[in-house]
Design a protein around this ligand. Structure first.
Ligand code: HEC
Length: 202
């Protein structure tokens, strides 16, 4: 249920402006209405609903940016990725599996480290988990199919950090860019995909 709620929340964030456009509601009215929805929120919360340059283009073009914007977004988002200082992107796959299957987090009082990544809401991962979404491709055997190559693991870390660095206007969240997950959590998730012992690769 939590997974469904999370996926729905994301879908709402992504699709609301487009729906509003269909009904002829202008952006200023929408913003005013959105802000009125949370009267008792902590200071600085407005930045959470403000579009950055990338989301603005994705929203305005309904996730179909022009070729020029696609290239611009890709370069800009890829440049935000911060790799671990020691270059090691592999954490603990067992912890990664727990984080991937945790759908809580993202409320105003949640801190990174208590946030879950909810990867299963959109991806199949290991075959033991029967409940998963199909918005994203199956990631079963992800590391194995890539020969467990360190540069592929690094690319997966970057994907988790900022999904738009490879796929502008994707539905996949930008977990590291938004500070939603910690470096350790993203390393654990990378290990979940690339450790040969991980059930994802069985
Ligand atoms: C809201 C849905 C959603 C969530 C949550 C999500 N993803 Fe994705 N993911 C996608 C979609 C859609 C794609 C395909 C488009 C793209 O590449 O971004 C994708 C692509 C990927 C890819 C690239 C697959 C390839 O073809 O090489 C990886 C790796 C990945 N996701 C890992 C993860 C991990 C790990 C998590 C959890 C930390 C996660 N995703 C959470 C939607 C999601």
């Amino acid at each position: 249920m939590k997974k469904i709620a999370f996926a729905l929340g994301l879908a709402l964030i992504v699709t609301t402006p487009a729906l509003a456009q269909d009904k002829g509601i202008d952006a200023a009215t929408l913003e005013k209405y959105t802000k009125a929805m949370w009267p008792k929120t902590p200071e600085g919360w407005e930045s959470r609903i403000a579009y950055d340059d990338t989301m603005k283009i994705c929203s305005e073009t309904r996730n179909q940016p022009s070729d020029a914007d696609f290239a611009k977004i890709k370069a800009r988002e890829a440049a935000t990725v911060k790799f671990p200082a020691d270059g090691n992107v592999m954490g603990d796959y067992k912890s990664g599996l727990k984080i991937a299957n945790n759908g809580r987090g993202g409320t105003f009082t949640d801190k990174p480290m208590t946030n879950g990544a909810n990867c299963y809401a959109c991806h199949q991962l290991d075959l033991q988990e029967v409940s998963y979404g199909t918005l994203g491709p199956s990631l079963h055997l992800y590391g194995k199919n890539r020969g467990f190559k360190p540069e592929e693991a690094k690319a997966a870390y970057a994907k988790i950090y900022n999904s738009m660095g490879t796929a502008p206007c994707t539905n996949m969240p930008r977990f590291g860019y938004h500070g939603f997950l910690t470096e350790q959590q993203m390393k654990d998730l990378t290990a979940m995909l690339f450790d040969p012992n991980s059930p994802v690769n069985k």
